[in-house]
Ligand binder design. Structure first.
Ligand code: ZN
Length: 86
């Protein structure tokens, strides 16, 4: 299963789940699902962005020192092709 597919399923579970007996249980379950979605998302490399000539994490906005992951939030990163026109 691809990470994007797993994230999609988790988001669907969060939405579709039948109403549980206790609001506290629902809150805790939602929190667990959100944590899983966030953790999986950080494993999916995102292109870092350039700000004033420095590479910056697209998630937390901190300057990136290692080009493969963010030292601050743990987001996996990659260098986007600089000369694309998108
Ligand atoms: Zn970051």
């Amino acid at each position: 299963m691809q990470i994007e597919e797993a994230i999609g399923l988790l988001k669907k579970m969060r939405k579709d789940r039948p109403v549980p007996k206790s609001k506290k249980i629902q809150r805790v379950k939602n929190e667990a699902i959100d944590m899983a979605i966030e953790a999986l998302g950080k494993q999916t490399p995102k292109p870092f962005i350039w700000e004033g000539g420095n590479p910056v994490c697209p998630v937390c906005g901190e300057e990136v020192w290692d080009m493969e992951w963010c030292n601050y939030c743990g987001q996996m990163l990659y260098r986007d092709v600089e000369d694309n026109d998108e």
